[in-house]
Design a protein around this ligand. Structure first.
Ligand SMILES: CC(C)(COP(=O)(O)OP(=O)(O)OC[C@H]1O[C@@H](n2cnc3c(N)ncnc32)[C@H](O)[C@@H]1OP(=O)(O)O)[C@@H](O)C(=O)NCCC(=O)NCCS
Length: 227
């Protein structure tokens, strides 16, 4: 049974209603949606369930579900980047070394997002992402995606993410990032504004003046950087 959600007139009823959920209560349902979305075989279920369950007690974990009537049809969850994640250790130095990202502090990490295939391209994924990130609007957002997941890549690029090729990902994965929701300035974060990805210019340092205009650093910090 889906949690109580706001009633919408049937004429304007969206294909899904979003509800914040406690991850620990929905591990089985999330595992099922993930399996449907990715076509995972049954024998992978236990391992995938374990991965989802491992995030239940994550500090700062947030998750949101999408319901079509009483059926869970999508979910997303994420948490502040945690260097204790087994796969995160290899990324930590590279993330800290890049001054573009360091200026925004530690990222919020999108850990999972999945929508059942029958409801793709109805903006459920976009809405899940927006809802999940609504309380992390001044943090930059990171994620790892399977290098072979081209559908996901298009979805993330449309949502403002770019590849971060200087960050070592686990084998077979790519790290992507997006600037904070409140400060979408892709020319300095992801490239030169023309969505150039993976070039040296994509990681050019923003000028202290630009950072100050965005409120990303204090005036004192700007003076220090200029000297
Ligand atoms: C990736 C996923 C979450 C997207 O969910 P969704 O609800 O279909 O996404 P949206 O409808 O919000 O799509 C927003 C935009 O992303 C892009 N996009 C999404 N799916 C796409 C696809 N299959 N091909 C090309 N572009 C796509 C489009 O630009 C789309 O806007 P448009 O439909 O107006 O052109 C969903 O396809 C999914 O669950 N896939 C399998 C699991 C997965 O890959 N999860 C990510 C793990 S890293």
């Amino acid at each position: 049974m889906a949690p109580q959600a706001e009633r919408t007139p049937s004429s304007a009823r969206p294909s899904a209603v979003l509800v914040p959920l406690a991850l620990g209560d929905w591990v089985d349902e999330f595992t099922d949606v993930q399996a449907q979305a990715n076509g995972f075989p049954l024998h992978e279920t236990a391992a995938r369930r374990g991965m989802i369950a491992s995030h239940t007690d994550e500090p700062g974990i947030r998750s949101v579900g999408a319901f079509n009537v009483d059926r869970l049809v999508g979910f997303a969850f994420g948490a502040p980047f945690d260097t204790r994640w087994s796969w995160a250790a290899r990324m930590t130095d590279a993330l800290a070394a890049n001054r573009n990202w360091a200026a925004y502090g530690a990222p919020f990490w999108l850990l999972e997002i999945h929508v059942v295939p029958g409801l793709w391209r109805q903006k459920i994924g976009t809405r899940l992402l927006a809802e999940l990130l609504s309380t992390a609007s001044d943090q930059w957002i990171g994620l790892t995606r399977l290098a072979s997941a081209h559908r996901a890549r298009q979805f993330y690029e449309r949502a403002g993410f770019c590849d971060l090729p200087t960050v070592p990902a686990p084998p077979g994965y790519v790290v992507m990032g997006a600037p904070p929701v409140t400060q979408r300035v892709p020319d300095t974060f992801c490239g030169d504004g023309s969505r150039t990805i993976g070039t040296a210019s994509a990681f050019a340092k923003p000028s202290p003046r630009r950072l100050l205009q965005r409120g990303a650093v204090s005036a004192a910090e700007t003076t220090r950087r200029q000297t």
